[in-house]
Design a protein around this ligand. Structure first.
Ligand code: BDR
Ligand code: CA
Length: 310
């Protein structure tokens, strides 16, 4: 089983990724970012989900705001005001750790250099960690990031940026400069790997209590997508987690220099790819284009407790 350290802002699709991680991997800790909704909600959601799974994975609260910019846009419209579909769950049984996310990331990198770091939210905590300890990247075995939109088809309201990068562009810049090699699962790959709506509904019906929970928290985002004319089910963080759990399911990827635009009036927070190697920049990002959809679906269905999933 792959060993994982996960930075996340749960969030509905984060929850699916976390179900997959606990079903198919060994999770050392969750470090929690603000993003989809505020930090108090994302921490609480992580703890709620650990109750559902029956996992005692430590949950480390992170930085509540972006490094520089004032938070302007969250994703409460999609994920619900509380980030988990406004279902109204009882208080979680456990509490969060005292150690903050950035410090936990540094400590865990020493204890588990074999682990894969998976970032499913804005990169604020990872940026803080690498600023505190610039040697951090040398102790991260693999690093998979859900973020960016390599051809400019992002998903935020105000710019063409993708949400995780647009929420904290300075943090993303720090991370993209500091880590010599990471795998990037962008929003465009996510859209190409949507699940068929009817298939997903069948998983939710046939699965165990994890599927019931996911059906509850996911209703708001399903409705949001339906209003936008999407019939498929998009789960960005689940795709990134699939790549983290099973690197062999990647069918097409290219490695290029990827940078973060911080200054543009209309392009702030966008990812910029040097496709033709014109700039003298290190090729830091392995951009994932295509994965084996059947293997991805099997990882998800099994994590929802669907019997006999391939
Ligand atoms: C990313 O933004 C969030 O809304 C999702 O959880 C995902 O991490 C997609 O752009
Ligand atoms: Ca997320």
């Amino acid at each position: 089983q792959p060993h994982l350290i996960i930075d996340t802002d749960p969030g509905v699709d984060d929850a699916l990724a976390l179900l997959m991680a606990h079903a198919h991997g060994h999770v050392h800790a969750l470090t929690i970012a603000a993003g989809n909704v505020g930090l108090a909600h994302t921490v609480r959601n992580a703890l709620t989900l650990m109750d559902v799974i029956g996992a005692d994975t430590p949950v480390h609260p992170g930085c509540p705001v972006p490094l520089v910019q004032t938070p302007s846009e969250d994703a409460a419209l999609v994920h619900g005001a509380d980030g988990f579909g406004d279902v109204g769950f009882a208080d979680p049984k456990r509490t969060a750790e005292n150690e903050s996310a950035a410090l936990a990331l540094i400590r865990l990198s020493h204890a588990h250099p074999e682990a894969t770091l998976v970032a499913l939210g804005p990169l604020t905590n990872v940026a803080l960690a690498v600023r505190l300890d610039p040697s951090l990247p040398s102790r991260i075995g693999r690093f998979v990031i859900m973020g960016g939109a390599v051809n400019g088809h992002g998903n935020t309201m105000s710019t063409p940026a993708e949400f995780n990068i647009g929420f904290d562009p300075e943090a993303a810049h720090v991370v993209f400069e500091a880590f010599p090699a990471f795998e990037l699962v962008d929003w465009e790959a996510t859209v190409r790997h949507a699940f068929d709506g009817a298939t997903f509904d069948r998983w939710l019906e046939q699965g165990d209590e994890r599927a019931k929970f996911y059906a509850q928290i996911g209703a708001t985002s399903r409705a949001w997508n339906a209003r936008r004319g999407r019939t498929g089910v998009i789960a960005a963080d689940a795709l990134a987690m699939a790549v983290a759990l099973d690197p062999a399911l990647v069918q097409r990827a290219e490695t290029h220099p990827v940078m973060v635009e911080m200054n543009g009036a209309r392009t702030r927070g966008m990812t910029v790819v040097d496709w033709e190697a014109r700039l003298d920049r290190p090729a830091n990002a392995r951009i994932v284009f295509d994965v084996d959809m059947a293997r991805f679906e099997a990882l998800v269905a099994r994590a929802l407790g669907v019997p006999d999933a391939a």
